[in-house]
Design a protein around this ligand. Structure first.
Ligand SMILES: *Cc1c(COP(=O)(O)O)cnc(C)c1O
Length: 346
């Protein structure tokens, strides 16, 4: 069966154009920095995001870890959202591998960290305290509904960073979704940050890979650490070729995914048994919702019933779902999903 797969935008398979580009990619040994396709991808990403340099990495998790390892010494402290991917979903890499101390503060419903909370969490100079080194934001903020953080908010955080001699990393796994939703350039959105990571392998549709961006000095150090972690790849141009299409073509079509997420949200709002909070109406590619208390079926039972109807969905909590639209979900897929939920919950 051809499934409509809404579990994540990570399930996106390469487009036919990507497969063709991959087959024809000019390659070399990227550890020698000899792969022309990787070099082109890195140059293009740096230009698009307005940073000096960039590095192709196997995953977003490795990109974030490299940023943390370059910016921080052992024992340094990092301010992160308590619902951030770096804090919740990267296997504690910063502590395990970097000896870095996370200082989680509350993610507000709109995905931001309150500026007062950030200010209050910066450590004062005291023999008892760690040294606050870095602030991380996540844009879009996944767990808060895939919400985009604005240019203005990011600049406000940037101001705090500069006034307190800190560093600033953006986990921009879905920064292109944020830029599309806000109708601004990615460049503007990441301008105040010292480093940024974004994923090619999510809504941008590439099979593998993420980009890390920053100054030449930062990227040279990150390249060294990437090798240390076993992430030095050889003829990686085969992958970078798909990444170039992500940047050139896929980055301009994300609005379609956002429109379909909105349609999905509006459709599911009509389904009995589902509670869709208006404040959670996604402006990007994610739709989160809860089961009403009177629904007897469990989330797992619903997932299995949906699968029988050709739709794959994933849970986001004991009574909660997250659905994600992407390149391979068309209007018919959205209608099929709403219809299937209607059947399962009737
Ligand atoms: C997916 C994701 C990552 C990590 O990317 P992987 O390629 O899965 O390692 C980091 N941050 C956020 C917000 C993500 O959604």
């Amino acid at each position: 069966m051809e499934y409509i797969d809404l579990r994540s935008d990570t399930v996106t398979k390469p487009t036919p154009e990507m497969r063709e580009a991959m087959a024809e990619a000019e390659v070399g040994d990227d550890v020698y920095m000899d792969d022309p396709t990787v070099n082109k991808l890195q140059e293009q990403a740096a230009t698009m995001l307005g940073k000096e340099d960039s590095l192709f990495v196997p995953s977003g998790t490795m990109g974030n870890l490299l940023a943390l390892l370059v910016h921080c010494q052992r024992g340094d402290e990092v301010i992160v959202g308590d619902k951030s991917h770096i804090y919740m979903n990267e296997a504690g890499g910063m502590s395990a591998l970097g000896g870095i101390h996370p200082h989680p503060i509350k993610n507000q419903a709109d995905g931001t960290l309150a500026l007062d909370d950030i200010l209050a969490s910066i450590q004062t100079e005291d023999v008892h305290h760690t040294i606050t080194r870095l602030i991380c934001l996540e844009n879009t903020q996944n767990v808060c509904g895939g919400v985009p953080l604005s240019v203005e908010y990011t600049q406000q955080v940037g101001k705090i960073v500069r006034e307190n001699n800190l560093l600033f990393h953006i986990d921009g796994a879905r920064i292109f979704n944020a830029a599309a939703a806000l109708n601004v350039s990615v460049k503007e959105l990441v301008q105040p940050a010292d480093s940024v990571m974004f994923c090619l392998s999510k809504g941008l549709g590439a099979p593998v890979g993420s980009m890390l961006l920053g100054t030449h000095k930062f990227i040279n150090r990150a390249r060294h650490l990437r090798k240390m972690l076993g992430g030095g790849m050889r003829q990686a141009g085969v992958l970078a070729a798909a990444g170039l299409i992500s940047l050139e073509k896929m980055s301009t079509r994300l609005g379609q995914d956002h429109d379909r997420a909105k349609k999905l949200f509006d459709g599911l709002k009509q389904v009995q048994g589902l509670h869709l909070d208006a404040t959670e109406g996604s402006s990007t590619n994610m739709v989160y919702f809860n089961l009403k208390d009177d629904v007897k079926l469990s989330v797992d039972e619903i997932i299995s019933e949906m699968k029988k109807r050709g739709v794959l969905v994933d849970w986001a909590g004991p009574r909660r779902f997250r659905l994600v639209t992407h390149y391979w979900v068309d209007d018919a897929g959205v209608e099929k999903t709403v219809k299937a939920f209607g059947e399962v919950l009737s």
